[in-house]
Design a protein around this ligand. Sequence first.
Ligand SMILES: [Fe+2]
Ligand SMILES: [Fe+2]
Length: 170
Amino acid sequence: MLSKTMVDALNEQIKVEFESSNIYLQMAAWAAWKGYEGAEAFLRAHSEEERMHMMKLFGYVGETGSLAVISAMEQPKSEFDSLASMFKQILEHERFVTGRINKLVELAYEEKDYSTLNFLQWYVAEQHEEETLFSSLLDKIELIGHDGRGLYLIDRELGKQAAAHAAGGE
Ligand SMILES: [Fe+2]
Ligand SMILES: [Fe+2]
């Protein structure tokens, strides 16, 4: 049985993951609108992944006999200056999410809630993976992605990553 504080905190994280999914879906729409097909595929796949993060939390809250609650979500931003600035915002957002996960871990420690602590380990690893992925992508974009040809190469690279992901890779 989870404490009320823990259920509220997990429900808050459901919102954060859902919002992440919406943010990346909206970014996918922007990428498509700008003609970045690779980025669109990549962002769509990432949006799905965030939905999976949300569903995992949703499942855990329910399994522990508590009520998962979906709350109102913020409307994602729909305009971006460039692909580089969009990816910068993604990295910032992932850092924000990592901070939220860390807060949940702290709460689980404080409450000696070892089941939730164990459950959260997956998110700790996942955030590490995502921050690494997005910071390396941002490095690449900043290195080669500022002119037409560079952006074309970046978009192709993002498309390849999305295809590899769809084929079952990470
Ligand atoms: Fe996530
Ligand atoms: Fe994420």
